[in-house]
Write a protein that binds this ligand. Structure first.
Ligand SMILES: [Zn+2]
Length: 99
């Protein structure tokens, strides 16, 4: 049921969405592990599209949409946050340490 709500919210093909724990994982086409959709005549990354739809516009000073979880194909809005290149570097460093 939760998945139906999500699908209604996002307008994504439910056949391409899998709920894994807290994550909403895109099972359609991906690039570098990131979900990819064709919207408004261009290829876009699913997590970026979903961030803008569910949270708000991506600010120019924080142009990257990063994941709190380790699933690149995840687009659960609670797992996404915006940042810049330095934020991404920090996240990668912390992740490496955690291993
Ligand atoms: Zn996630």
């Amino acid at each position: 049921m939760e998945q139906d709500t999500t699908t209604a919210l996002t307008g994504l093909d439910p056949e391409r969405v899998e709920v894994v724990g807290d994550c909403l994982v895109w099972t359609g086409p991906t690039t570098d592990g990131y979900g990819r959709v064709y919207l408004d005549g261009k290829r876009q990354r699913v997590h970026r599209v979903m961030y803008e739809r569910q949270v708000g516009p991506i600010p120019p000073d924080k142009p990257l949409v990063l994941h709190r979880c380790r699933e690149r194909a995840c687009f659960a809005s609670a797992h996404l946050y915006v940042g810049d290149v330095r934020d991404r570097g920090r996240a990668l460093t912390e992740r490496r340490r955690a291993r």
